[in-house]
Design a protein around this ligand. Sequence first.
Ligand code: SF4
Length: 588
Amino acid sequence: VCQQLGKVKGKVLPILHAVQDICGNWLPLEALQLVAKELEIPYGYLYGVLTFYSMYSVTPRGRYIIRMCESAPCHVNGAENILEALKEELGVEVGGTTSDGLFTLELTACLGTCEVAPAMQINEVVFGNLTGAKVKEILDNYRAGKEVDYRTLARTTIKPLAYPLDQDNMVLFANLDRIDPMSLDDYRAKGGYEGLKKAVTSMSQVDAINEVKTAGVRGRGGAGFPAGLKWSFTQPSPIIPKYIVCNADEGEPGTIKDRYIMEGDPHRVLEGMALAGYAVGASHGYIYVRGEYYLSMLRLQNAIDQAMQNGCLGKNIFGSDFSFTIEVQSGGGAYVCGEETALIESIEGKRGNPRVKPPFPGQVGVWGKPSIVNNVETLSSIPMIISKGGEWYKAKGTEDATGTKIFQVVGHVNQPGVIEADLGMTVRELIDRYGGGIRGGKKFKACQTGGASFGFITEDQLDTPMEYKAMGAIEGALGSGTMLVMDEDTCIVDVVKCILYFFQHESCGFCLPCRRGTRILYDLICKIADGRGEEADLDKMIKVAQVMADSANCALAMSPIFFIKTTIERYRDDYLAHLNGTCPLCKK
Ligand code: SF4
């Protein structure tokens, strides 16, 4: 394995994944010692790396690993009941393996399949919209040897809820459900790689950057930093090599958009990366894909192979002086690796601890070299910007937030899923028109916008447009463009408890305020949820979250203040009901 993948430290994660597959879903000591020897790294170092990531195991596991999702979108859709059904059906607790050695039951922080919540993954395959009966049927099929092969899953079934825009004029979903994502010919027949051809044959690096600046596209991973500006800081650097890093570690609960692009139109991601590479003078790119996205990795790798064979990637692209290659790297199951410097550490084969900034990756990135880190959605916007022009893109959306965005509506709605729409559409329209309204004729109660890291908004804030300033003004967020919708039967304390569990689980532990703070917050919310809390605990939660936000090294510790503050202010009755031990929603 080491010889095949490369005897270098940067291959630690792919090597561990491959060895784990060979050894039957776990990493025996002898295998790890061999890997350490081959890579010439201390065994203790290797052990320290692998134990950072949740997808590796040093204890034996069954032939099939069942990962039950416990993120907030699955939680509000009854994941706990499904977990109980799994435990009963398998006869094991979480972490246990069935006596026949077939199944190991695990929990996972998020699977990135929130539109089919509640969901679980068996090895590479996701099963969604689970019920107790469905769980039994799936397990019976596996017991009977009818295992699903993810490589044979249908190629064109990934589609959005609707097309609010003319699909021919879309930026991201123009090809979705229209082309075979395994076919380069299909992509090229729709104008694919024309933007790259145009750039490398007729535009200077500065021209390309200026086009992106004109478009005004901002980072779609959640941070919202202008992409063209970011590129312009790195382009003049004489240091080579430079790298393009595509952040496909889509771990924010409720966020599923990048998977749609990678599974439905993988060449678009590659073209965007190559264009970024051309603009800043990079010769190599990494796509760091979250470990659970097996199908995305398969389709991206197929696209890379096709593009390399046909001159769309590789040496002297379209007869120009520009050469660019791309490799896929799988994550190991760590939310914090979505932070750009943690992701870089992980690419280098280390634990995914975020670095202290500055320096920023644009100056000191992968292997110490200048690196542009952009999200999948951001990079996938670039081909259309270059081929149709920055002004064409800028005409979409609003002045504050130009272009289109993929929105995700999940939770208690009739039609959970994704759409691409102009920025500026209101939250209400997204929920009612595209999400199909609240499920079961219930009333709306709350919506967490932007992802698990942000605030909760109320009914009277639903007419706010999804754009940076407007959402910021109501302490919501555009973030990753997700909306977790909750109906009137939802206990907000219960949801906050679920989210705080996530944050204390995912804190990398590098800095004290976050390491301890997330734990203190989780203990406090458990105390409140159990009816053992007092009103002073609410103030304590806000103070602890604020200290974390003020002293954080990365965005993870800055997040709890948003949803703690907004829920305590806007849904105080839910907290008080728990303090009084009388929450009707938790059916105590
Ligand atoms: Fe790690 Fe938290 Fe510090 Fe970020 S703030 S580096 S997640 S401990």
